[in-house]
Design a protein around this ligand. Structure first.
Ligand code: THU
Length: 161
């Protein structure tokens, strides 16, 4: 038996104003996207914005459904919209944020496992690292430079070869 260790690296920002200008713009787009969230059941409004290699920003927000599992997270709404509108353009970065009236956690929003899996596919498909900017209502951020960092034991297309 060998004990192995996986270390992940991420950057922590107390305030999103410390980010580079293009990433500030992406966070602002994610905040914009929150406004179109349809989340009457959870009252947890999530916004996502993806920046493509051609500079285009595509936004998405969580879309819930009375049949709960039929809804979709903001990240996947944004990534699938980007994939269908710009199928051959790599995704450089994604920013996610949340707005809620209640006393939920105010720090950086972590993407759910299913969204991480979809991000991994985008990263692989684009053949380049995809930055993840997790933004919180208190304006702090965690930033990873790629998707592998949040999903080290990922199931990807290599298993299908
Ligand atoms: N949600 C997202 O949109 N993204 C995440 O990464 C976490 C959760 C949504 C799904 C649901 O509409 C609400 O937040 C509460 O789980």
């Amino acid at each position: 038996m060998k004990k192995r260790e996986i270390k992940i690296e991420f950057a922590e920002y107390d305030n999103s104003s410390e980010l580079d200008d293009i990433d500030i713009e992406l966070v602002e787009s994610a905040k914009e996207a929150v406004k179109s969230s349809y989340s009457p059941y959870s009252e947890f409004a999530v916004g996502a914005a993806v920046r493509l290699a051609n500079g285009v920003i595509v936004k998405g927000s969580n879309q819930e459904n009375g049949a709960y599992p039929s809804g979709l997270c903001a990240e996947r709404v944004a990534l699938f919209a980007a994939g269908s509108q710009y199928p051959n353009v790599a995704v450089e970065a994604i920013a996610i944020t949340v707005k809620t009236e209640s006393s939920y956690h105010k720090g950086p929003l972590a993407p759910c496992g299913a969204c991480c899996q979809v991000m991994l596919e985008s990263e692989t498909r684009g053949k380049r690292d995809m930055k993840i900017i997790m933004h919180g209502e208190n304006n702090s951020c965690y930033v990873t430079s790629n998707v592998r960092s949040v999903l080290p034991f990922a199931f990807d297309s290599d298993f299908l070869k």
